[in-house]
Structures are given as structure tokens and as C-alpha cells.
Design a protein around this ligand. Sequence first.
Ligand code: 6R9
Length: 651
Amino acid sequence: MSQSQETLSNLLQETRRFAPPAELAESANVKAEAYDEAAEDRLGFWARQAERLTWSKRWDDVLDWSNPPFAKWFVGGELNVAYNCVDRHVEAGKGAKVAFHWEGEPGDSRTLTYAELQREVNKAANALLELGVAKGDRVAIYLPMIPELPISMLACARIGATHSVVFGGFSADALRTRIDDAQAKLVITADGGYRRGQASALKPTVDEAVEQTPSVGNVIVVRRTGQEVAQNERDLWWDDVVDRQSDEHTAEPMDSEHPLYILYTSGTTGKPKGILHTTGGYLTQVAYTHHAVFDLKPETDVYWCSADIGWVTGHSYIVYGPLANGATSVMYEGTPNTPHQGRWWEIIQKYKVSIFYTAPTAIRTFMKWGDDIPAQFDLSSLRVLGSVGEPINPEAYVWYREHIGAGRTPVVDTWWQTETGGIMISPLPGVTEGKPGAAMRPLPGIAADVVDDQGEPVPNGGGGFLVVKEPWPSMLRTIWGDDERYVKTYWSRFEGLYFAGDGAKKDEDGDLWLLGRVDDVMLVSGHNISTTEVESALVSHPKVAEAAVVGATDPVTGQAIVAFVIPRGSAGDVEGEDFLKELRDHVSKTLGPIAKPRQIMIVPELPKTRSGKIMRRLLRDVAENRSIGDVSTLADSTVMDLISEKLPSAK
Ligand code: 6R9
């Protein structure tokens, strides 16, 4: 693919630049010098960041890269992740500080201070030990967004058990494959959780999954909804087994490379990949990036990341990064429109959230629901806004900044992956002059670039493949049980470079713009066109809330652009041919005639994963009139029916 020559220039008319507010720039945790410091001595820079943590034994070497691509960071060092996330804050006299303001969907709430969290984690750790879970064993966690989820993760970390958190929305089959692949000894689940105003059951899914997983000895069940559950011999109630334990436990130091967790990425085809993260390097990078990218001031900020912990964003930026930094966080169980469409803004108002981290899919949904909803709440506590998960369209960026951030707050668009463990590319809120839609620069200490198909860096103005050129502390160490697949998947496309599937371009200033997965790039009459750019052009039309674009086989052009569009709530008449023509012309005017969609379909919803990513594969099935493929990782499996109903030809 010669994306370097063919990428369309982004003419999305949004040329505004947003400088950091003066006060933030002045007091920022990380200033511009950090880039130079890291460039001068990258390993020395990361060693200084590792000093944010408390080590039981200092490392001998910062990095061992003698057997690439298998990295070892902080070699010989020892530390305990749970100690770093909890105990040391209590020992420093901050036991009364709130770790989590937890908000249940039905309106119940629970506050956990660091001291309370420590007692809960200790009890859970003692329960795991009593059940025979030992250092190195794997524990599967299948819980809703309730406090027992971070407590269970930390309890595992405390005793050196490797956790594998599985999204509460996944099916029995998906859960079974993940339990099996990791050979988990124990499953921690709940009777159910609340979503969309209803108690939704979890336990039956576990029962079905573990029927065929001989590795599992016990299932611990948290009582959340009070739903009736089947009682099997292996089942134990959390209340019975955890509550009676001693709340004291001494954390055991782990080797810096001890496996902390496995997190499965679904991928579009084939067996899910168990991404393995380890201890010292991982915690160093998530703590540093959380401090740098969000400018966290632990004494005064209230931080909220709206992701689900079943996704890597929740692992790194609800649990490990914020807790390592001693932050006060909000954690919310449910959906954004329960019981009303202002629920998130109500939560921000209630807890005076100052740093908020969410995904473009959520932002576009709020745009669709209307500006008047956030306008009803006091959001003046906010000072930094973050985005993750997909490219943020310039339109969504500006809406987020204006309607949520009152036109004041920097927006940090953070690019990273399950595999990278922590943020890699992002503005720094006190340094970077932000551009709507751009992830800007690799963070200090990160060597990322855009290369052409020969692996050579593209010049400014060029596009190609996003790669990482040097190992980084929170990088995946392997795919669980499959070193060969690790090498093949990530390190074989370009000699000596990490490549994980994203296209990007460098603008004239050398700033980075993410263009989506290269698998999604369309080839129209010999031109490579990125789905992201066409989607952003559509979303920049005032009547469009969300758009997804795919390339469908076309006898004339090779591939033709097919767009699926959700109109904004306030858009009025959007059914007629005139509107579709207006949209096609708008794209043509914005990006050039080559990017004009052949076909636009108005739909009520788009198929998304639980982490909010559009599943273009399913839309391609629709666009090419095929029967629709595997929908098991969709957040809402009925969405494809809704789309098919609107488009009878697509059934
Ligand atoms: C953290 C997370 C990784 C993929 C990644 C890319 C997309 C994430 C992005 C972004 C553009 C951003 N992605 N953040 N694309 N701009 N700020 O999302 O991990 O679920 O593994 O997904 O998500 O395509 O390769 P994960």
C-alpha cells in the first residue's frame, strides 16, 4: 500500500489551535523540557519515572533488550503493585483520602478511602490464599463495574496471582475460551449488575462457561442485584468467604517481570490474543502517563474515567495508574442514559470532577442527544478532558471542548492499545497547542513514527503506518502461551519495528493524525482513502451525529465508499434523497470528489464493541449484501437487526 503518496490531505476546515490555559501551563506537572530530557537519555528518563514507585529491591538494569522482541524492564527489581497502589498511601498518612467515589446505576453509592480499600484488598487476598490460589496462578474476573472488581484485581496483584478480567458483556463461549486459554483456577463473578435500569444476570453465563473448564476449582459470587442464582458445589458467596477474613496481609514483593495480568483482545478473526502485562515497567508507565497527560494533582483533583474496567483503559486508567498516583476517582456502574440522558453530567456535578476521560463514541452520542442536556449541569469543576479508543473527529473534539469544557479546558486525544499498556501519543495539557483531531506527538520517552511500506520514516505531510521504534516500559511481553504469534503479529511487518495495525499521517508541522486501522483503509480508483477522514467529513455536517464508512467491492472503482449515518436529534427531515445528496456533496467539497460516497444509508444505530469501537466488518457485510458475520462481541447484538430492518435489502 502506498498510503504515503495517496493519503488525502485533511481539509476539514477546522484550523483553530488551542493553546494551554496560562495557569495550567504554569503549574503543569510536565513541561516542555521533558521531551529534551527523555531524548537525551531515554533509559535514564524511564529510570527516573520508576522512582515514583516504591521498590522493595532496586533494579540492576533499566532495560534488557538482548533478545528482541522480548523485553525486560527494571531487571532484578522487586515491588508489589497492590502495595504501591494502596498501602504506601496509607503509610504516608493518606488513609482517609477517598480512592473511589463509586456510583451504582440505581442511585446507590459507596465511598472507599485508601484505608478501607487496603482492608478490603487484604481480606480478598487472604480469601484467595485460603482457596489455594498461589503466586503464578491465574484468576478470571467476570464482574460488573462494582468496587469488588478493582478489589479483586488488587488482591490478585498482592499475592502474585495473574488476573484475567473478562468484560461483563461477553458470552459464555467467550468467557470459556478465555478461562481455558489462561487455565484459570478461580473465577470471581457476581449474581448480576445493573445496566439500562435493569438487573442483568452474570452468574448463569459463568455456570455455562465453567461446565467445560476443568481448571476452575471455585467460583466466588458477589451479591450485587440479589437475583436468584443456581448453587453449585464449587460456588462460594463473597460475603461468606471474604468478609470473615483478617484485614491484615503483608504484600509480597514480586519480580519486576512477574505477570500482572492477561487481557484478551478480541481481534476480528481467529482465537483471541491474551496480551500479557508484567509488573514494574507497566506500573511505571501507567503512573507516569496518568501524571503527565492528565496533569493529575492528587490533593485537589477528582478524576473520572468512564471506561469499563473490562477494557484496557479501565485497567490502566481506572485502577493501576490513578491508584499508584494516590488519586481520588469516580467509578460508575451503569449506562449514560439511565435514568436520564444527563446522568454523566450529574455525576460530574455531584463529585466536582476535574479531569474526565472518555471515548469519541460517547461524545458523538451526546452530540446526538443535544447540547441542552449538559447545559443543565454545573460542569465548571472540569479542567482537563481526555479522549481514547478511536480517532476523535475534529467536530467531536470542538463540541467536547465547548459544551463540556466551556471552551476552556484542553482536550487530550490519547493514542494507545491493549498491547501498549499505557498512553503512547498524546498532547501534554500544559505544553501542547492542541489541534482538533490530532493526537500530536509521542510522549517523552516514547519513540513512535510514521513509516512507508519500506519501513522508512515519511516526511512531514506524508502518511503511512504507525510504528514504535524502541521498546517501552508498559509494552506487552508476549501473547500468553504463544511467543511465536507475538513475534509474527507485531514484529514481522517491519524489521525491528513494532506495528499494530494503525495508519497515520504527519502534518506539515510533524504532528500525528491517526487514520484508523489499515485493514479499514479503502482503495477507490487507485487512491487510498481512510475511513476516519470520510467519517470526520460527514460528522462535520451540522445534521450528522455519527458516521461509519466502509469500502464495498465495486465493479468500476475496485472499492466504493459506503457510509452509514446517524442524524443529530435536532436535524429535522433527514429521510429524503435531497439530504443524501447534500451529504455526498459536503464530503466531496471537504475532501475532494474522489471521497464522495457512492451510497449513504441513514441508520438509527451503529454496531459497536463494548469499548465503543465501530465494527466496520459487519457494515461491510451489509454494504456487500452478505449475511452478517459473527456479532458476539457487539455491545448490543440487536443493533444489526435494527440496521437490517431499515435496509430490507441488507438482510
Ligand atoms: C486504548 C485502546 C486499540 C486501537 C488502536 C486504534 C484505536 C485507540 C485512539 C485510537 C485513534 C486514538 N485507538 N485510541 N485511534 N486515536 N486516540 O483503545 O485499546 O481496545 O486495544 O484498541 O484503538 O486503532 O490500535 P484497544
